[in-house]
Design a protein. Structure first.
Length: 317
């Protein structure tokens, strides 16, 4: 019954989202997204909000110690051996030679898109995976769009692991958004390292992916954050279009702000907010009508980014 409710809601959204994004008049209808029952974090998380208290990091189970990165290439607990993987493992290895052979999703092949010649926009979503992320993935799949998801580590255990595997299988990109969303410059070097390292570990355990991008919570960074990011092989990703969707929970407003993107823009949104996900269908129609391709950050830049450096503007540390 819940699947039917979501499907009907998305069909209604698609029917009413073809209208252009405007700043006046009655807003076009938005999708009604049925929650999946996944727990949401308490209170909003946004790039300009007061710092949230650090949530204690609890052990994630017997598959690895807290605060440590799983050894490179180590299979997840309970994963089948290379022999048991058989043909599926061979397909994964062919798709990406460095992919761990185990019970992980095969990544969607990379697309060859020259964003120097094609209009590209990178939609990025922070703080999930959350209640509405599955519906968002449905919308992106319908429009053949890809996005980058900056993951909060404490949101992964449970159903979040399934959502992350789906993201990988459908060609989306994963990035590190810390374990519990504190302002990283306010932590010690060890604290910064644990926030990033723990999220690296849990995402790799769930998906086999070793992330090479991170977004500092609230966009707050400094030389120490850059150093720890560089140590873990993570480029720092900020944005140039801020929808302020964490503050203004109105889908029309969110869509209008996101529509201000120009070729090469990185758009900041949060998939934990229903109003944001409701804004996405009209936003996808807007970009499609103007010939934009919705790409991951790696596709946007077309090269491996420098670990520790801040994008799109390098601060020099």
């Amino acid at each position: 019954m819940r699947v039917r409710m979501v499907s009907m809601a998305l069909l209604l959204a698609a029917a009413g989202c073809a209208a252009p994004i405007t700043t006046t008049g009655a807003p076009p209808p938005t999708a009604t997204i049925a929650p999946t029952g996944r727990a949401m974090p308490i209170g909003p998380i946004g790039p300009n909000e007061p710092t949230a208290p650090i949530v204690p990091i609890v052990p994630a189970g017997p598959t690895g110690p807290p605060g440590r990165t799983a050894p490179a290439g180590a299979p997840a607990a309970g994963a089948p051996s290379a022999t048991a993987s058989g043909t599926a493992g061979a397909r994964k290895a062919e798709a990406r030679p460095d992919w761990p052979v185990g019970n992980f999703p095969a990544p969607r092949p990379a697309r060859r898109i020259d964003c120097e010649r094609v209009r590209c926009v990178a939609l990025t979503f922070d703080d999930g995976p959350g209640t509405y992320t599955g519906a968002l993935l449905d919308m992106l799949a319908r429009h053949r769009g890809r996005a980058t998801f900056f993951v909060v580590g404490q949101m992964v255990p449970g159903d979040g692991e399934r959502i992350l595997r789906r993201m990988v299988a459908e060609g989306h990109e994963l990035g590190n958004h810390s374990w519990s969303h504190p302002e990283l410059p306010g932590l010690s070097e060890a604290g910064i390292r644990e926030q990033l390292n723990r999220t690296q570990w849990i995402v790799k355990r769930a998906t086999g992916v070793t992330m090479d991008l991170m977004r500092p919570p609230y966009g707050a960074t400094d030389a120490r954050v850059a150093a720890e990011s560089r140590h873990l092989g993570l480029a720092q990703i900020l944005w140039d279009v801020d929808t302020l969707d964490w503050r203004d929970r109105d889908s029309s407003t969110v869509a209008r702000r996101a529509a201000e993107a120009t070729p090469g823009s990185i758009v900041l949104m949060h998939d934990i907010h229903l109003s944001t996900v409701q804004a996405v269908p009209r936003l996808l129609h807007h970009f499609a009508a103007r010939g934009y391709r919705l790409v991951t950050l790696s596709e946007l830049y077309g090269k491996r980014l420098v670990s520790g450096r801040k994008y799109p503007v390098d601060s020099g540390f």
